[in-house]
Design a protein around this ligand. Structure first.
Ligand code: HPA
Length: 270
């Protein structure tokens, strides 16, 4: 795997003169942040050696080198999901490559179902912890000691410093930010009412189908993580209605400017 990562990183290093230390993964309906990036180079995933190809609607699949407020970033517009059939190592491969390219901070975004009764559809949640309910882990198998330890510490999956900074940015800009635990599960089914209830009982505030694998791999390599989730539908008993991918995309897109503002500001302060 090390060699494969190296080949991809070498290819990408030759694509841009920028040396970003901040990586960003944009989730469902959240690709609009790209408009805030001064793009230096945009590469379709198909062109990148060893990269899986994203298949889901709403994920355009481009890797972007550029700057936000003059800060160099490497952004993924669209990610790879476990439910698409990729294994955990494929899902997290881009994060491995990012580290090789010098990325030290990983910012992740996603759409999720709200479990906390205080949340409303359209709310933005800063992720302060996560629960892995994928029934799988990207670090299974022989550990590559060059990348990180066999038994990585997960006591601070999301950087407390970034969480505090983001909440400050929220206050300064009059953006209401919730804070909570994200549970990641395989999908592709949305949850049954009983499953939403179970995840709430387990201690989660929002549920989604991504992010957890990427953050595990990022922490394995000691990258600092910041995560933000848009509550696109409700899993709260009494509020559960039929949900579709299109609605998830619509709600995410509507809430996106606020999320973009937070990320844009945070990038300048890292
Ligand atoms: N469940 C799981 N994933 C999701 C949801 C949900 O309700 N909404 C957006 N992604």
């Amino acid at each position: 795997m090390l060699e494969t990562i190296q080949i991809t990183a070498d290819y990408l290093r030759n694509q841009s003169k920028l040396n970003p230390t901040i990586g960003i993964i944009l989730g469902t309906g959240l690709g609009g942040l790209v408009q805030e990036i001064d793009i230096e180079k945009s590469i379709s995933y198909e062109e990148i050696p060893n990269f899986p190809v994203s298949t889901v609607e709403g994920h355009s699949g481009r890797l972007i080198f550029g700057t936000i407020n003059n800060v160099p970033v490497l952004a993924m517009q669209g990610r790879f999901h476990y439910y698409e059939g990729y294994d955990m190592k494929e899902v997290t491969f881009p994060v491995r490559v990012m580290k090789q390219l010098g990325i030290e901070t990983l910012i992740v975004s996603n759409a999720s179902g709200g479990l906390n009764p205080d949340y409303a559809v359209g709310d933005i949640m800063v992720i302060n912890d996560q629960i892995n309910m994928f029934g799988d882990n990207p670090l299974m198998g022989k550990n590559i000691n060059e990348l990180g330890p066999r038994f990585p510490d997960m006591s601070e999956p999301y950087s407390k410093k970034f969480i505090a900074e983001a909440l400050k940015i929220g206050k300064e800009n009059d953006i209401d930010l919730k804070q909570g635990v994200y549970v990641g599960t395989t999908g592709p089914t949305f949850e049954t009412p009983a499953e939403y209830k179970m995840f709430r009982i387990l201690g989660a505030d929002a549920v989604g189908m991504s992010t957890v694998p990427e953050v595990i791999v990022a922490r394995h390599m000691e990258m600092q993580c910041f995560g933000i989730s848009i509550i696109t539908d409700s899993g709260v008993p009494g509020q559960i209605v039929e949900v579709s991918h299109e609605e998830v995309q619509e709600v995410a897109a509507a809430a996106e400017p606020k999320m973009t503002k937070v990320i844009k500001e945070l990038v300048s302060r890292i």
